[in-house]
Ligand binder design. Structure first.
Ligand code: PXL
Length: 276
């Protein structure tokens, strides 16, 4: 069984980050360890959330693990609690990454052209340096613009997307997944570029008329799990995108549902397991 580590916050309520990544990776057959980057009462989409930054713990956790000979086959980082944690992630990759290990960085920072509370251009510039150390990165358009320094465009056309993809490739990650591409009516696209083959793959699926928090985290967790299970980049993208669509469809049927509460991905886990 593959041993993986995922590093993200614990939002106690709201179905994002660790509370979705951990069950998904376990269901995909990964023996999963965690480093929580921060503890929040609810994710930052809810007003009044509490926030406890756990940066001071991470180096001690890593030192203990080194001492005990802990090793991982793969590392996946998501929402980081502070700019200082980006530097610590570099140390984590140096200590626990290396040949034969897969590092996925989801530069979780924003959506729809705006940063989540607490993030800014300086954080994005540092995140770009972390992306350079990754094997796989999974930004949405907002995050891709932020880490490449390109102004966000609501009406991103195919030329804009291809240029953005080229800039992401130049950052240095081996595989780039760019999600949330919307220049085809009623469809949502995910482009992936693999430096090993030099190929760019385009995958479009139906665009659903609702937004739920946490779907980016779910996408990254599934894509990482699929890659760790030996799927090709293209197949991992398809499995992750189809899973997200199914979870949104499942949740849409609940009329009372507030998008901040996330999706009922739990109901779709059997479908995911059959594809792995
Ligand atoms: O889903 C991304 C995410 C993760 N973690 C926290 C967040 C968000 C998005 O709002 O606030 C704490």
């Amino acid at each position: 069984m593959k041993k993986v580590l995922t590093v993200q916050d614990i939002s106690c309520v709201g179905k994002v980050s660790l509370t979705v990544a951990l069950p998904i990776l376990s269901a995909m057959g990964m023996s999963t360890s965690v480093i929580p980057t921060a503890v929040l009462s609810m994710h930052t989409g809810f007003s009044g959330y509490t926030f406890c930054d756990l940066s001071s713990q991470i180096r001690a956790i890593m030192a203990h693990w080194k001492d005990r000979g802990v090793v991982f086959d793969g590392i996946y980082t998501g929402f980081l609690g502070s700019a200082a944690q980006i530097e610590i992630m570099g140390e984590l990759f140096a200590s626990f990454g290396g040949a034969g290990k897969t590092i996925l960085v989801d530069p979780c920072m924003g959506d729809n052209g705006v940063f989540y509370p607490g993030f800014n251009e300086d954080f994005a510039r540092m995140m770009a340096l972390l992306c350079a150390q990754a094997d796989v990165i999974t930004p949405n358009i907002t995050e891709a613009c932020a880490i490449t320094g390109v102004p966000y465009r609501e009406d991103a056309d195919k030329d804009f997307i291809m240029d953005l993809l080229a800039r992401l490739r130049e950052l240095g990650a081996r595989q780039v997944i760019l999600k949330g591409i919307g220049y085809i009516a009623d469809q949502c696209g995910v482009f992936s570029y693999d430096a090993r083959t030099g190929r760019t793959n385009e995958y479009f699926h139906e665009l659903l008329p609702v937004k739920f928090n946490g779907t980016g985290d779910i996408f990254a967790a599934v894509a990482f799990g699929a890659i760790m299970r030996g799927k090709s980049l293209e197949t991992a993208v398809r499995i992750a995108a189809d899973f997200v669509v199914s979870t949104i469809k499942e949740t849409m049927s609940d009329d009372e549902r507030n998008g901040y509460e996330g999706v009922d991905f739990e109901a779709i886990i059997p479908e995911l397991v059959r594809k792995i």
